[in-house]
Design a protein around this ligand. Structure first.
Ligand code: LLP
Length: 453
């Protein structure tokens, strides 16, 4: 990732109100009595009752997105696992929703596995990722009896085999392949060099060598292949191209070893709307391109259609979430710009400084008014790059207003930090007119709890 949305809204007052922002807000969002409501909860009251900064997530949107994936992938083929990528946002409540919706879970560290274990998630529905899983993490996965481990290097393969044999086990694995197709946000490129720290490239026969080695190792049960071509992808033809390449590889495996790949996991990556002009593909269209694409390519090569898996993260949670802040100060620099400073910043949303990401913002207590000005929403951290939204069309702000940044449900809380010893915001889930903490706000005691001195 790293590509900003190329369809940036113009940096002019666009006179849009909250009503016009529904495309980037949770599905239950509405403007009532001049306020922004989500999940039947007045976000202005919520900010007062729960405090700010605050991540707010709409349970209905999360469940809807998961069920859309289940529906529109299994519509084309019955055997598809929808594997939620926990790195996008993970909490115990989230993991339980994933379980309730009949989905699987992608964990990419021992810590994420610990969350799944604590939440009582069915271990056979776990997919384990990571390009350098430590020996301890691999052992934890085996002891937890996870469903599948996605193997990323030769060293890991040998290590995992030894650990499995020590335990008298045979671990089901997928092999991560770099198909040489990389998705740009809006297009794809073929990368001849396959320059990636992830997986095995097809060049120089590495991927084939990995499959053959896996078939030899008695502690491993080779189940199939995995690929992941990028994130925030708008162009579905990137997925189609990568599927073409990987199914061709499956045919080569069959020709060379006689083994039929049982599962193909095509990773995540479907883009979402951060800005108003963004028009991502629908889950329905994605399901058709990916699942039908695999079926068609298999038919072309005379292969049995494998079980499939998709691994969405961002498209499940991004638009389900918003961040609420309180405006603390407003600095108007004549002829340059206006800074609206809020009680959070790069510690709760690093994506703007890291990727030059763009977000829509509105004043939640003025949601029915037009965005009459352009201001830069700045955080409270000790550096000038600490910006939450650059040049945001905004209702005229006043100190004490509740400022809402949209589409922050993915990769914000999960990438948050305690920079400047800032306490991390809590997370509340809203549903049917009520709200509950799912992660409480940190305290100074939390910040101090690992100190030994
Ligand atoms: N599967 C694998 C193996 C992945 O590495 C990822 C994301 C996903 C699935 C989920 O992809 P999604 O559907 O969320 O695009 N921090 C960046 C995004 C990094 C994505 C890393 N891998 C950001 O804030 O945009």
């Amino acid at each position: 990732m790293g590509k900003p949305s190329t369809a940036r809204p113009p940096s002019v007052a666009d006179h849009k109100t909250g009503h016009d922002l529904m495309g980037v807000l949770p599905m239950t969002a509405e403007v009532r009595d001049g306020h922004l409501w989500i999940g039947g909860v007045d976000t202005v009251e919520l900010a007062r009752d729960a405090g700010t900064a605050l991540y707010v997530m709409d349970e209905a949107t999360i469940r809807h997105q998961l069920s859309e994936y289940v529906k529109w992938t299994r519509y084309h083929w019955p055997d598809v696992d929808v594997v939620y990528a926990g790195k996008a946002f993970m909490s115990l409540a989230m993991v339980r929703i994933v379980a309730e919706e009949g989905c699987c879970l992608d964990v990419s560290s021992g810590g994420e596995l610990a969350f799944a274990l604590r939440a009582g998630f069915p271990m056979e529905r776990i997919y384990v990722h990571g390009n350098n899983k430590t020996p301890d993490e691999l052992a934890e996965c085996l002891d937890a009896r996870v469903g599948r481990i996605v193997v990323d290097s030769f060293e890991e393969m040998e290590r995992l085999n030894a650990l499995a044999l020590e335990r008298g086990m045979r671990q089901r694995i997928l092999i991560r392949v770099t198909p040489g197709v990389e998705a740009d946000t809006h297009d794809f490129i073929m990368t001849g060099a396959e320059d990636s720290k992830f997986g095995f490239g097809r060049n120089q026969g590495l991927a084939m060598q990995a499959v053959k080695r896996a078939l030899e190792l008695p502690g491993l049960d080779f189940d199939g292949l995995h690929m992941h071509i990028g994130s925030q992808i708008f162009a579905l033809h990137s997925f189609a191209k990568a599927i073409e390449v990987i199914v061709e590889f499956i045919a080569e495996i069959k020709a060379e070893t006689g083994v039929e790949v049982r599962m193909l996991d095509t990773g995540g990556g479907l883009g979402i709307a951060y800005g108003l002009p963004d028009e991502p593909s629908t889950i329905k269209d994605y399901g058709k391109v990916v699942v039908d694409g695999i079926k068609e390519e298999c038919e072309k090569h005379g292969l049995t259609v494998p079980a499939m898996a998709v691994e969405p993260g961002r498209s499940i949670v991004a638009n389900a979430g918003v961040t609420l802040y309180t405006v603390g100060s407003i600095k108007e620099i004549p002829n340059i710009r206006t800074y609206v400073a809020v009680d959070g910043g790069m510690s709760d949303n690093i994506r703007t400084s890291l990727y030059d990401a763009h977000y829509e913002a509105l004043i939640a207590n003025k949601a029915d008014r037009p965005r009459e000005m352009v201001a830069t929403v700045a955080g409270k951290h000790c550096e000038s790059g600490d910006i939450v939204v650059n040049d945001a069309p905004l209702q005229c702000p006043e100190v004490g207003d509740v400022l809402c940044v949209c589409a922050t449900g993915a990769y914000c809380q999960s990438m948050s930090s305690n920079y400047n010893k800032q306490v991390r915001p809590g997370v509340v889930f809203v549903k049917d007119g009520g709200w509950r903490w799912v992660v409480r706000r940190e305290t100074y005691e939390d910040l101090l709890k690992c100190e030994v001195g």
